[in-house]
Design a protein around this ligand. Structure first.
Ligand code: S3P
Length: 753
């Protein structure tokens, strides 16, 4: 699959027809040339370097097609890559600006970015617009052409640091270059880049150089080195790096590295003092902490085999009764809107700035998928990110299967989009996602002409053979926003009109956001039909993502069931197609006040003030089910705390969510002493006294959070097993729960064999 997809990508790449000039044929420059030639021999590559021998060798090996001076080669080049040390790059920028043609795109590979951006900004706008600063995190202590190899960038991170003048077209071209070399292209603001690199790369290099320097000065150096072993070799490896390159880096990034160094010197002073005091506990504490952090890093980045923490541990929540709920909080951004912001921003023309973005595992998988398809995205940084759209037809073939993790929304929405591309792709997911039905999107897409292969029973993975689609009229059997959105995304490309009928209103974020991107569609509410065609394009826009009502729901119920509670939830999305939980809680007698209502970027937003009140059981009206579809786990906790009976029917969909939510909640509630009867399409819950005990979340984020809220009314502690999946939708849940007064603690425990 991998090789096949990569080949399709190369054939389509526009880079193939470009003349590329590489300044500096060392490890990085040489590897760029080799990698490009390996991707496609037709690419024309020229190079400048002061090492005549390296140039001759590169010519002899056909790694480059031409060598010469900057003056000779620059004017006719389409893309110029400066692969030189930081200070030399800065020095050369004015000359390059003078020599290149009007359409030439320029990029660099220097390890420090802000000074490069500053130097670029001093040039004309016409030049700076076409300069895209870049840093491949792929160097090693080798720096010569002789060490270069074609695969150096394969699966390595390359950070683009676009500045405000960069055109989206230049960014996309530079992205494409790295895509072709097999790299994973990330984006970051240049100052942030320099700060991060100062801590993670520059400081370790300095420590390696200075440690070897200390030893080198000692008179007994011979003896010391004679007995030095693996530890010294491991630690000092970085001191074998290129001296000119690293001197440049420290001079160019002086201010930031000095700041990191000051922190380090300060910390070293503490170590010195505590060692002098023979403070064993201090050292144990610091070393254990450092070991844990490093083991986790190695496990994440280099595989669990290197990691003692390993995948054998599981995260549980232990919640003691007697907590309270008060204060003012803002829960993280809406998951549905965050997914859609990435998808539409990626295929828009121009720049889309997103704030309030949800940085959860599910959405970050969607973000990674679009990066893999050649879209440059900077951030997310505290909920902010910038997407440099590639246009409706600008996505690149993914080189690897796209991992949707736990997310049904991502896999179903992307299925529609990818079915209509002119490349093939594969969508995969975790164990839970691979149990979920995809026929609901594969079948209607097939009627449009799509070709999608699934595993047995229409489950993921999905192998999608991108092709021309035709518009259809489709009447959904279930009120599913995922199916509706999937069809609308396919409809963006399909010939003619695509029309989708929904049997009951379900979330309409896709329709609202498409309109926000300037795309025309017809929403006929009376006929419950949305129509779209392929005659249009999307224009990059700004998106402010409201707080997720599905995450707020846990706290709405927490405050409703906890005597004395008073809580304000700020800036919550209150789209009418999402407020089923508020409607249901109101019907049960909850005290929820909606204020400060406004509309931001086409989505209604409000503050929710909630305080304790006694709840009564209800029969859930059928029309509220799609509007509260994700909130039933926490709604069932409200039902367990209410007086009387609550009954839900017609909700068979709950059986095919991240877990079978009817079964998972019934099992948990029963074990906590609540009387429950299940039906194929629902549940009946008798309100009562909640006991303590252990419940299993079945790996479902919303089940995990729901049961931890139940402890506010339990007679003893509730231990909720298997809660790491909370990170898929609500990173920081435990912190916020503690902040409002819930007695929650997180515990890692070993998985029972
Ligand atoms: C979602 C739609 C709903 C919901 C899911 C998010 C969306 O799924 O359960 O968490 O963002 O479109 P269905 O469309 O299957 O009801």
């Amino acid at each position: 699959m991998r090789a096949e997809i990569a080949l399709i990508g190369n054939e389509l790449s526009e880079i193939v027809s470009k003349k590329i000039l590489i300044l500096g044929l060392g490890l990085i420059g040489g590897s760029i040339a080799r990698g490009l030639k390996q991707a496609n021999e037709e690419i024309f590559i020229s190079a400048c370097d002061i090492e005549e021998e390296d140039l001759n060798q590169a010519l002899a090996e056909r790694v480059i097609d031409k060598s010469g001076s900057l003056k000779e080669l620059a004017p006719s080049s389409d893309i110029l890559v400066i692969a030189l040390p930081s200070l030399t790059t800065i020095e050369l920028i004015p000359e390059i600006a003078r020599l290149i043609g009007n359409n030439c795109i320029v990029t660099d590979v220097a390890s420090v970015k802000s000074p490069i951006v500053n130097a670029v900004m001093e040039q004309t706008d016409s030049f700076s617009r076409r300069f895209v600063p870049c840093h491949p995190i792929a160097g090693s202590e080798q720096s010569k052409f002789s060490a270069s190899y074609a695969e150096l960038f394969l699966n390595r991170n390359v950070i683009l640091t676009p500045h405000e003048k960069c055109t989206v077209d230049s960014i996309n071209q530079v992205n494409e270059l790295w895509h072709l070399l097999g790299a994973q292209v990330l984006g970051m603001e240049s100052g942030k880049h320099d700060e991060i690199l100062a801590a993670t790369s520059h400081l370790p290099h300095l420590l390696a150089y200075s440690t070897v320097d200390v030893l080198a000065d000692q008179q007994q150096r011979e003896k010391i080195f004679k007995y030095a072993a693996g530890g010294f070799a491991d630690f000092s490896r970085l001191a074998s790096s290129n001296a000119k390159m690293w001197s440049d880096i420290f001079v160019a990034n002086a201010k930031t590295t000095v700041a990191v160094l000051d922190t380090y010197i300060d910390r070293l002073g503490q170590f010195r003092e505590q060692i002098a005091n023979k403070n064993h506990d201090f050292l144990m504490d610091k070393f254990s902490n450092a070991k844990e952090v490093r083991d986790e890093f190695m496990g994440k980045h280099f595989g669990a085999a290197m990691n003692n923490l390993s995948a054998e541990t599981v995260l549980n929540y232990v919640v003691e009764p007697g907590g309270f709920v008060s204060g003012e909080i803002r829960v993280p951004g809406d998951k549905s809107i965050s997914h859609r912001a990435i998808i539409l921003g990626a295929i828009a023309d121009g720049v889309t700035n997103v704030s309030g973005f949800l940085e959860s595992e599910d959405v970050l998988n969607t973000l990674a998928a679009f990066r893999e398809m050649g879209v440059t995205i900077t951030g997310p940084e505290e909920g902010e990110l910038t997407i440099y759209g590639v246009g409706k037809h600008g996505l690149k073939a993914p080189r690897v299967p796209l991992d949707m993790g736990n997310s049904g929304t991502a896999i179903r929405l992307l299925a529609g989009l990818l079915a209509a591309q002119d490349f093939n792709s594969e969508l995969i997911g975790d164990w839970s996602l691979c149990q979920r039905p995809m026929g609901r999107v594969v079948d209607p897409l097939t009627t449009m002409g799509a070709k999608i292969e699934t595993a047995d029973e229409s489950k993921p993975p999905l192998k999608i053979y991108g092709r021309h689609l035709n518009g259809v009229d489709y009447a959904m059997h279930i009120a599913s926003a995922q199916v509706k959105s999937c069809m609308l995304f396919a409809g963006l490309y399909a010939e003619g009109e695509t029309s989708v009928y929904e049997p009951a209103p379900c979330r309409d974020h896709t329709e609202r956001m498409l309109q926000g991107f300037g795309y025309r569609l017809i929403c006929d509410e009376s006929k419950r039909t949305t129509k779209i065609n392929n005659n249009g394009s999307l224009k990059g826009t700004d998106i402010d993502v409201p707080a997720d009502i599905s995450s707020a729901a846990f706290f709405l119920v927490a405050a409703s069931i906890c005597p004395g509670a008073k809580l304000t939830l700020r800036h919550v999305g209150v789209n009418p197609t999402r407020i089923g939980i508020i409607n249901l809680l109101h019907e049960m007698g909850a005290n929820i006040d909606i204020s400060n209502e406004t509309e931001i970027g086409g989505e209604p937003v409000a503050d929710l003030k909630v305080s304790y009140s006694e709840l009564s059981g209800i029969t859930v009206p059928a029309n509220q089910i799609p509007l509260a579809i994700d909130e039933f786990p926490i709604f069932f906790i409200a039902a367990a705390c209410a007086k009387g009976t609550t009954e839900l029917r017609g909700a068979e969909e709950l059986r095919v969510k991240e877990s079978d939510r009817i079964e998972a909640m019934a099992v948990g509630l029963k074990s906590l002493g609540i009387q429950v009867k299940t039906f194929p399409d629902g549940i009946r819950i008798e309100g009562g006294d909640i006991l303590g005990g252990r419940v299993n979340s079945f790996g479902d984020h919303r089940i995990a959070m729901a049961f931890s809220i139940a402890a506010l009314r339990s007679s003893s502690a509730i231990e909720v097993e298997n809660c790491s999946n909370v990170a898929t939708s609500f990173p920081g849940f435990a912190v916020l729960a503690k902040q409002v007064g819930i007695n929650l603690s997180e515990q890692l425990s070993a998985i029972d064999e």
